[in-house]
Ligand binder design. Structure first.
Ligand SMILES: *[C@@H]1O[C@H](CO)[C@@H](O)[C@H](O)[C@H]1NC(C)=O
Ligand SMILES: *[C@@H]1O[C@H](CO)[C@@H](O)[C@H](O)[C@H]1NC(C)=O
Ligand SMILES: *[C@@H]1O[C@H](CO)[C@@H](O)[C@H](O)[C@H]1NC(C)=O
Ligand SMILES: *[C@@H]1O[C@H](CO)[C@@H](O)[C@H](O)[C@H]1NC(C)=O
Ligand SMILES: *[C@@H]1O[C@H](CO)[C@@H](O)[C@H](O)[C@H]1NC(C)=O
Ligand SMILES: *[C@@H]1O[C@H](CO)[C@@H](O)[C@H](O)[C@H]1NC(C)=O
Ligand SMILES: *[C@@H]1O[C@H](CO)[C@@H](O)[C@H](O)[C@H]1NC(C)=O
Ligand SMILES: *[C@@H]1O[C@H](CO)[C@@H](O)[C@H](O)[C@H]1NC(C)=O
Length: 851
């Protein structure tokens, strides 16, 4: 008996744990793009939900306009809760906000309008169009109807790298806006298909549409404000404004924490539990003859189709299978006999249903949603609704307002073109970022290196910030200050406060230091519930440092990959420059290969780590984002291992601006570390991703041979690992220098393939080196060969593999001494640079290594 009871109980518990876990991990959403602007405001505005809306004059770089007209008022009526409404920006001519898009896909666009008083502009008379390249949001919009605020919310699928929000005044009129949100939304918010009620069927391809959210209602409950919704949505209470016929409703609610999200299906992103924990049900639900519908009627614009999302959660039943009801949309059956229990297997589990209402099926500009008892034998006739969303779909003209497409000009035509031309260059952030990337990527732009030159910048930084700044402000008419270009970019991961990080590191205690780099010290820190972080604190910055820091964060936060150490957040309070990374429990790869007491890694582990690192670099080069990034400092201390020994590449990105972040440390001027440096890069200062490939070749030999890339304590010919290994390889005696701890376990095929990959990486000329993709392929092949040799599972075969290696080795061992004695000093840098690596330089090299 006991056994019978136990099983379902434990599986239920498991289900509960799983679903609880799922609902917890989905509970927070961090948007990759997060632009919040308080237009016309002289200072940042923090809303009660904790979000900071950046001051608009500061974010002027997003904006191409030729005017700065602001309206301000402190006398916003009490009920106009939002501080955003206190200021507005006014445009006399077409003006464009242009946002960089880090993550294509669904985005919320939220616009705030409130016609403030201005001495020379009567904002209630403004008439303007708001649009983007292929979509009209508002056509000849006017805020004159009421003096109240206008809030417009859209869900847009952004497929390009930037998003231009165009404010285009009607001829002789002007435009204004009080606040803008442009924020990533989870793609799952919009379904692919939905039920069509008339004619009955299924509507596919919903994701091709853009939407305006017209109504979002927390039925039966209070308003849910942005601070209680991880997507910062507002769920209106339905207690007013929505007609209900007859008034036979009974509001029910439960503690939100009793809501259990299902495995698959609704998540807190679909709607927060406050929405599911309240509902409207039927008044006399216990009475057997009660038979009526609960009805909601909402005004919509005619001529558009609508996506209607209904949220349900059975918080009224006391047992399963006691609630069946019908759902109607505009008088037509949507769901017959909806049986929540059979869909969710439990009470208090959220469920939602999507319907599409074709424009042709809407009359009187009304959408009517009804729920009522089904014809099925319900034990207790009842019906519920927990939440309701109505979203307008784009029409065939690509508009959410009127029938004009975004190509149609609503006014100010001639004016428009000139401003666009004048400000085209000034689209600050975009142009600048593109410029930086282009210049960094360009292979031949850099000047030849002159070792006597004292400017650290001309060495590895093809451009510098002040150069950008001049370039931009010189060409733009809107006086774009470089310093402000990135200041409002908020799609940067989590901002940390300085105090938070100071607490996490026990006031940056020396005992918390886990590394020191050119950028500054790296601390281990612990925040909420013991989450460990690696906190990289830059030396106090110069004014230029600020810009570069911002650029840095921006690039970094774009990069997400299993084999890259993730940037979690940053802190840029006052003069602080702090980057917060995921903590890598097993530290630098180097410590696992030599120079420490850590247990030695097996050959297979080393192969997997090499493959992981290669993947990370491959991702950097080919760009998970649209542009490739050159690491510039690939070495075994920049490859970190997590608790499962998964390799992750770190310290990328910083390498680009490293020199100028800290101008007092001359040693950081030369990016890259001796022993890893691409000789071609040295000679000609041509920076390409093939320089990383070279460095990676050195790393591969380091992993194989378990010795540093440079070891000045060794005999001259052995100092430089790359040279030495290549010499051995040319003579076919590479086995001689393989780490003795693993040499016996390496199958010769695997070794051959691995060394072949490493050797190709070290080719003299970049063009002869493989891409990281090719290297990756070879390493994976090497792993397969190794696994295959083990799978034979025959000790003899295994021995053969090793015996062969040994024989080969002994045959060649005689040659080895000879070669050693004849090899010359490796010359790292050729003559035209004027620098030869010899013993005098090694002292310097140690400095570099200490980075
Ligand atoms: C602004 O224009 C509206 C509509 O034309 C008018 O009713 C209102 O008095 C005007 N306000 C001011 C301050 O001129
Ligand atoms: C956005 O549009 C692109 C191109 O039409 C499509 O491939 C993608 O699935 C859409 N994304 C979403 C979230 O709808
Ligand atoms: C919103 O969340 C806060 C805690 O973050 C909670 O105290 C409050 O009750 C919530 N409001 C609603 C309407 O549930
Ligand atoms: C509920 O509404 C539907 C559609 O409008 C209608 O067909 C049905 O008769 C109504 N039921 C009751 C009991 O009024
Ligand atoms: C609406 O119905 C019309 C005619 O039946 C059809 O051409 C159109 O594609 C439908 N639109 C939507 C959004 O279903
Ligand atoms: C570079 O040169 C300038 C003047 O020529 C000098 O003031 C400065 O200290 C030098 N910087 C370095 C790092 O040597
Ligand atoms: C930056 O570049 C500009 C333009 O090339 C140059 O005039 C300036 O001296 C450079 N600044 C530094 C600090 O290198
Ligand atoms: C190489 O040099 C070592 C001493 O440096 C010497 O003992 C050895 O005999 C030399 N080998 C050959 C082949 O010259």
């Amino acid at each position: 008996m006991g056994g019978i009871h136990k099983l379902p109980a434990s599986s239920l518990a498991l289900l509960f744990i799983i679903s609880y876990f799922l609902s917890t991990i989905n509970a927070r959403f961090t948007p990759s793009d997060n632009y919040l602007i308080d237009c016309g405001s002289p200072q940042n505005t923090i809303l009660d939900d904790g979000r900071t809306f950046k001051s608009d004059p500061q974010s002027v770089s997003f904006l191409s306009t030729d005017e700065n007209i602001f309206a301000t008022s402190d006398s916003i009526p009490e009920n106009e809760k939002l501080h955003l409404y206190r200021t507005a920006r006014i445009f006399d001519s077409e003006s464009v906000y242009k946002f960089l898009v880090f993550q294509p896909g669904r985005h919320f666009l939220r616009l705030y309008f409130y016609p403030l008083h201005h001495p020379s502009y009567n904002l209630t008379t403004a008439v303007f169009t708001v649009k983007t390249d292929n979509l009209v949001f508002l056509h000849d919009f006017s805020a004159r109807e009421k003096t109240a605020s206008h809030f417009k919310e859209y869900l847009v699928n952004v497929t390009s790298d930037d998003f231009s929000l165009v404010f285009s005044p009607l001829k002789k009129s002007f435009a204004f806006v009080n606040g803008i949100e442009f924020v990533s939304a989870p793609d799952e918010l919009v379904p692919n298909s939905a039920t069509v009620v008339s004619p009955p069927g299924v509507f596919n391809g919903i994701s091709d549409y853009d939407f305006q959210v017209l109504h979002r209602i927390n039925v039966g409950g209070p308003m849910v404000s942005p601070k209680n919704d991880t997507l910062s949505r507002t769920w209106m209470s339905d207690s007013h404004g929505y007609m209900m016929f007859p008034k036979g409703d009974k509001l029910v609610s439960v503690d939100p924490s009793t809501i259990t999200y299902p495995v698959g299906g609704a998540t807190p992103l679909i709607a927060p539990n406050q929405v599911y924990s309240s509902a409207a049900s039927m008044e006399d639900s216990g009475v057997s003859n009660s038979n009526f519908n609960l009805t909601w009627e909402m005004k919509v614009d005619s001529g558009f189709s609508y996506l209607i999302r209904l949220h349900f959660c059975d918080i009224v039943s006391t047992s399963l299978n006691s609630l069946y009801f019908n759902v109607y949309v505009n008088g037509m059956i949507g769901v017959s006999g909806l049986d929540l229990a059979s869909l969710t297997s439990n009470l208090a589990v959220p469920y939602y249903n999507d319907f599409v209402m074709n424009a042709s099926a809407i009359s009187n500009g009304l959408i009517r949603v009804q729920v009522g008892p089904s014809d099925l034998e319900s034990p207790i006739p009842n019906a519920i609704l927990n939440g309701l969303e109505i979203m307008k779909m784009t029409n065939s003209a690509g508009s959410l307002d009127g029938v004009f497409s975004s190509r149609t000009n609503s006014g100010g035509v001639s004016h428009t073109t000139t401003i666009l031309e004048a400000t085209g260059v000034a689209v600050g952030a975009i142009a600048l970022l593109a410029l930086i990337i282009t210049l960094i990527r360009s292979k031949n732009k850099a000047k030849g290196w002159n070792p006597d030159q004292n400017s650290s910048r001309s060495w590895f930084l093809p451009i510098n910030a002040s150069y950008c700044s001049t370039l931009l402000s010189g060409k733009s008419k809107s006086k774009i200050g470089y310093s402000s270009v990135f200041s409002t970019m908020t799609g940067l991961g989590r901002p940390f406060t300085f105090n938070e990080l100071r607490d996490a590191t026990k006031n940056f205690d020396e005992s918390a230091v886990i590394g020191v780099g050119g950028f500054g010290k790296v601390y281990i820190g612990e925040i909420e519930q013991g989450t460990k972080l690696a906190i990289k604190r830059g030396n106090p910055r110069s004014s230029q440092g600020i810009n570069e820091f911002q650029t840095e964060i921006q690039l970094l936060s774009k990069l997400r990959h299993r084999h890259l150490v993730s940037l979690i957040g940053y802190c840029d309070e006052n003069t602080e420059m702090i980057l917060v990374y995921e903590y890598m429990a097993n530290g630098p790869l180097r410590d696992h290969i030599y120079g420490s007491t850590l247990p030695s890694l097996t050959w297979r582990q080393r192969l997997e780590i090499s493959i992981g690192a290669a993947r990370g670099l491959h991702y950097l080069h080919t760009g998970g984002s649209s542009q490739g990034i050159i690491h510039r400092d690939v070495k075994t201390t920049n490859i970190l291992l997590d608790e499962n020994l998964v390799a992750k590449v770190s310290d990328f990105g910083l390498s680009k601006t490293g020199p100028s972040l800290d101008q007092t440390h001359v040693s950081t001027a030369v990016k890259g570390s001796f022993g890893y440096l691409d000789p071609e890069y040295f000679r000609r200062q041509q920076l390409t991703e093939k320089s990383d490939v070279y460095s990676f070749g050195v790393v591969l030999f380091e992993i194989l041979c378990a010795r540093p890339a440079l070891d000045p304590s060794l005999p001259r010919e052995q100092v430089n690992l790359a040279e030495w290994a290549m010499a051995k390889q040319r003579k076919g005696v590479i086995e001689m220098i393989v780490d003795p701890k693993i040499v016996k376990s390496i199958c010769s095929g695997s070794l051959l393939k691995y060394v072949e990959a490493a050797e190709k990486c070290l080719a003299e000329y970049g063009v002869d080196r493989p891409s990281m993709g090719d290297v990756l392929w070879n390493l994976e092949f090497a792993l397969q060969l190794q696994d295959a040799s083990l799978q034979l599972d025959s000790p003899e075969e295994d021995d053969n593999c090793h015996a062969k290696t040994k024989t080969d080795a002994s045959e060649k061992s005689k040659k080895v001494d000879e070669i050693n004695n004849h090899s010359d000093v490796s010359v790292l840098i050729n003559d035209d640079s004027g620098v030869v690596v010899g013993s005098p330089l090694f002292s310097k090299i140690e400095d570099f290594e200490g980075r």
